[in-house]
Write a protein of this length. Structure first.
Length: 233
């Protein structure tokens, strides 16, 4: 997985200007996509809280990285957290006390990075439920484009008949496409893995199998990527 990068301010400004000119309900084509993942203190957005935000903003149609965002978020009701969720999300109170931001700060920063972009994720309904609660709690408007994109739903539809697939989880999709998520269950690591699975789905054609070698033309602006014939994870 690549490391987070600083945004190209001139390019970001140009893209945002173009989006504003189209309006929030304009075309999906050509609009940046924000791949996002959250870690939380549990599964119930009415009871549990966001502990980490990770996001990757990419352009269309070349899918180049425009900006990234990641932040720990300090929960205020740790007494409602489930131990399993804290363990899965690598929550450490000392680390969060040093590094975490308030929910309002994190949501405001995220909104600026992804304003008017298409929000995408893996099992996005989960993340969106927590985001919607957070924006309402912080009295912030939904900053994203009004249509959202779930990569898990696309994987289920496109790969339904592929042998061996059962859960269509992010881990299973990484295995299928020969990807390694070196920071699984961190928000940024999973957001980046979701983006890479999305690219795998965009390349996929009927007749392909797991971790196929890329032999078709690449997408605009993309270097040729040769995927391993044996899954790495």
């Amino acid at each position: 997985m690549s490391q987070p990068v600083s945004p190209d301010n001139s390019y970001v400004s140009k893209v945002k200007t173009e989006i504003e000119n189209r309006g929030k309900k304009g075309s999906m084509l050509g609009r940046p996509i924000l791949f996002l993942d959250l870690e939380t203190t549990g599964l119930n957005p009415g009871q549990h809280e966001i502990t980490e935000v990770g996001a990757l903003l990419v352009s269309q149609p070349d899918y180049k990285t425009i900006a990234t965002y990641q932040s720990k978020v300090m929960p205020v009701h740790l007494e409602t957290a489930t131990p399993e969720a804290l363990q899965i999300g690598h929550f450490d109170l000392a680390s969060w006390t040093r590094e975490a931001k308030s929910l309002e700060t994190a949501m405001s920063e995220l909104a600026e990075v992804g304003r008017d972009a298409i929000l995408a994720g893996f099992n996005l309904t989960f993340d969106w439920a927590f985001l919607q609660m957070a924006f309402n709690q912080c009295k912030l408007e939904d900053p994203f484009y009004y249509h959202r994109f779930d990569v898990m739903s696309s994987a289920f539809t496109m790969l339904y008949n592929q042998p061996g697939l059962k859960k269509f989880s992010l881990r299973e999709m990484c295995q299928f496409f020969g990807l390694t998520n070196k920071a699984a269950h961190t928000a940024y690591g999973d957001a980046e893995a979701t983006f890479e699975v999305f690219l795998g789905l965009m390349r996929f054609r009927p007749g392909d199998g797991p971790a196929v070698k890329q032999t078709r033309p690449t997408m605009p602006g993309e270097d040729v990527i040769e995927q391993p014939t044996t899954p790495e994870v």
